[in-house]
Design a protein around this ligand. Sequence first.
Ligand code: HEM
Length: 421
Amino acid sequence: MLRLIQWLTRREGLFRVLNPLLAPFNPFLSEHRNNPELTWRRLRETDPVHRSKAFGSYIATRYDDVLFLLRDANFTTDRGENPVMKFILKLSRRDPVFSALLERNLLTIDGAEHKRLRGLVSKAFTPRRVEQMRPRLQTIVDDLLDSVSGASEIDLVEEFAHPVPVIAIAEMLGVPSSDRDRFKAWSSQLVQLLDPLQGRGGAKPMTQAAHEIFGYFEQLLDQRRTEPRDDLLTAMIQAEDGGQTLDSADLLALSSLLLVAGHETTSNLIGNAVVALLRYPDERKRLQDDPSLITSAIDEVLRFESPIQLTDRMAKSDCELGGKPIRRGQIVASVLAAANRDPARFPDPDRFDIGRTDNHHLAFGQGNHFCIGSQLARLEAEVAIGSLLKRFPDFTGHPNPPAWRRSMIIRGPETLPVRLS
Ligand code: HEM
């Protein structure tokens, strides 16, 4: 079934014919992929809480509405009551690995259970542990840049943006470097959990990867229980909050989630940053002349070309948003990317300005589900982009990547040919 849906979403001609039913929100067209801001702007200006009949949900695009949705207790990430999600959860219960992934997933649970799991993960995934990664990250990035230094042209996504975050999280968790390649392969399949429409082979490759990674983590966790180390897996085993600890299913689901949530997102941030530097040579020069701007430059990329374009919430009871009646159980998509270009919040929002101050973008969400990995993602991107510019100051490439990812949720170049010298 999923395979068929994935196949259908690739038939652009079909979605062109169906456009009258889908417009103004038709994420399956290349126009949207190439420049989603055009869709978001039209919605923000003409129908900021838009009811998409085709998707059966609302789409919110104004900064204030998106912020409200992310913070308000009446809107939940737990979509258990939504008929589509009910069906998926019922199917997933046939498979213990899948059901652990869905039912212990911070992104899709809420309330007391979310608070318990998030509290325990936060005891292990601390700012200190992330900051300790800085020298290792520099080595990871330098090694990757060394490995491509002989080539005149590389695919920056495949050879740089993609490996940096997966190696980083693997090392943080405590995965031995000899297992990195297997780990990378699983991660590429599991990423479909963030957007099932993105893949090609239906649910099978994702399910298989989930089983393999659970089996792998099971062994590694057993090892860490008998031989603790200074790594994130050990820290999660030892995490304790008011007498509570993480059980085996929690640990398996959370380790996999950290990999899934941190991989594709951060690799797209790195890819988007390189595209922005190619498109805006004056801003690139500004950064090269003053590398201390790297922190605000990465935040500007997050605002300007948000790697996660939108996230859903479900209404717990009937309410109103932007004058539209929302019924209990209805889904509202909060378009982070649209909020981040809202002129009511950001002066001159379509200007890419690496020195922008007052840049309170929503690229990492807000409220109870605010991204746990934001500090790590920023650090990875800062080290990756800072080092790339230092090592290959004259790199060139086309300002328009050959293709953007086929996803309505994830934004980033599919490939990015770059000449290093
Ligand atoms: C540029 C990179 C990243 C972006 C744009 C990003 C974006 C987000 C967003 C928007 C949310 C909130 C979703 C919602 O409210 O529905 C989120 C949650 C989350 N992120 Fe990230 N993320 C990034 C990197 C990472 C990394 C590196 C990790 C970990 C290694 C991570 C782990 C998580 C987790 C576990 C959650 C769930 C938190 C919760 O629901 O309580 N993310 N992320």
